[in-house]
Ligand binder design. Sequence first.
Ligand code: 2P0
Length: 320
Amino acid sequence: MRATARAQPNIALIKYWGKRDTRRNLPAVGSISITLADLFTETSVELDDDLLHDCLVVNDRDDPGMMPRISKCLDEVLGSDRPRARVDSRCNFPIAAGLASSASAFAAVVVAGAAAAGQPHNADEMARLAGRASGSAARSLFGGYVELTSDDDDISVASICSVEEWPLSVVVAITESGAKTIGSSEAMEISRNTSPFYDRWVGAQAEDLKTARDAISARDFEKLAAVAEHNCLKMHSVMWASRPPVVYWNSATLNCLQAIRELQSRGVAVFFTIDAGPQVKAICLPEEEVVVRSALAGTSGVSNILVSGLGAGAELVKQR
Ligand code: 2P0
């Protein structure tokens, strides 16, 4: 009745921002992401009939704040009459700082929870269940380049290109390691209700998805770079125009963008993306990783650098 799963976070190149249905947590738009290899969450779920309530430990500390979402997620996987669970999670990168820690956390808990109950692993179904807890988590069930499609009924998720077919590197510039000021679920609703650009954002997404899909299948780095940067800046424009404004950037975020523009002007194959946090993710060809890392490490306000290749979807590590 105990199982351990490992999941890697993913970085969206074509972003999810806004929900069509908050009750079922259905995204208003599709998205395309890359799953990372070297950052991970490893989670054990132990089901125990004698336990009176669920408990959650994250990085060796009780985490009652996150507990209700984890409990709800396990209810989705196992039904609410399930045995209570001891959940022990370990994460090798900063949590809740815009590095997609909820994506790897929920992907891992869904896989471990199902395995602890002896359920078969079906990635499509696991992705749907993880997506109810956190939209981006659905994408971490798959490796490489992943597309999430959303309609009025549900989501579907699939890998559209493998890591081996197009290996890229991701250099993350950490500009602030604390938790973000406003969670993405709440911020998305503020944008949906108040941003004058929200409807345009949703309306233009199909075209960005197609451009990115075409760029990935042609391994066209420049085309992918252009559409990913455009999509990212559009999403942040929607946020900035919300009331109250949703601004995740700090001055170092902008310094990093400038450093990446400078690299691009020298012909370095790199582009940026930024999520619901102030960190900057630089995506580059593997042979450019050293120069990108060094440029961002020397940028004012950058406190740490994480580097990762692309990796696999969530996997079961242990079951007993
Ligand atoms: C993404 N983000 O596509 C976008 C880009 C942040 C900016 O998905 O409300 O934690 O739990 O479904 O998945 C972060 O939002 O949101 C996110 P919920 P989630 O990666």
